[in-house]
Ligand binder design. Structure first.
Ligand SMILES: O=C(O)CCC(=O)C(=O)O
Length: 248
């Protein structure tokens, strides 16, 4: 966990990103209110109704957009490439607005491992202040493939995804090793989400968070973003590699 101020240079497009998101919010009050009203709908389970994805379920990949440019900043892409030990691909970005909910934890609010690759780097950038009541991102330290606490927790299946409760997680990773990402707007978290994590169990207030995902170029997981191929590639070769389409 770090922050925009500590990690990124003053030329970072963080301010532009934050302003773009605020502009979206100002012009999308009805959409936000509608999503908020449906958060605890009786058929909410399985629909992730506690999250509104500002760019939609399958955003159109636009390397010129501030959402892509932020992920491709050298100090962010460099961490992803350094951790994965190779040039990575930028596979996803979006802005998530997580609403407070009063029903029991479900989906990504429960502990789980992502499945897109053997190692995954996700970036979470808070665009609102996040305290305990706003459902911070949580991580079971050491549960990733490079860690020392890799045992599988007991789980229940939600569709074909394994989800574990706190009681099940504490059996494999002690509570002292649970990381809770509490921090102000501008907090940046990098996580290998092959390790156990959960978040967005907001009980008191909303959380707004930009997120991006990097995988190896070999990952064969589903494409979340709609990709064209007519990009004029940026000059930096790591950035060009990160946005290039997947080989068939
Ligand atoms: O909303 C959160 O903090 C958890 C995010 C998550 O589970 C994921 O991105 O895989």
């Amino acid at each position: 966990m770090t922050s925009v101020a500590a990690l990124l240079p003053s030329s970072s497009c963080f301010g532009e990103l934050s302003g773009t998101v605020e502009g979206w919010q100002a012009s999308s009050g009805d959409k936000i209110a509608g999503a908020q009203a449906a958060v605890d709908a009786p058929d909410a389970i399985g629909k992730k109704t506690f999250i509104l994805e500002y760019l939609g379920r399958n955003p159109k990949f636009d390397p010129a957009s501030v959402y892509a440019r932020f992920a491709l900043e050298k100090n962010i892409l460099g961490i992803a490439n350094g951790y994965l030990g190779m040039r990575s691909r930028l596979r996803y970005y979006n802005v998530w607005h997580t609403f407070p909910t009063s029903i029991e934890a479900r989906e990504s609010q429960l502990w789980h491992r992502d499945r897109e690759d053997y190692l995954i780097v996700k970036v979470f950038l808070y665009l609102s202040d996040v305290d305990e009541g706003a459902g911070p991102f949580m991580y079971a330290r050491g549960s990733h493939p490079k860690g020392q606490l890799r045992r599988e927790a007991a789980y229940s299946l939600e569709g074909n995804v394994k989800r574990s409760t706190d009681a099940q997680m504490v059996e494999v990773v002690p509570r002292e090793a649970w990381f809770s990402g509490i921090g102000p707007k501008g907090t940046l978290i990098f996580a290998d989400t092959r390790g156990y994590h959960r978040g967005g169990l907001a009980r008191e207030r909303a959380r707004v968070m930009y997120t991006a995902m990097f995988t190896s170029p070999a990952s064969q997981s589903e494409e979340f973003m709609l990709r064209g191929s007519n990009f004029s590639l940026p000059l930096d070769s790591d950035q060009a590699f990160a946005i290039a389409g997947r080989k068939a």
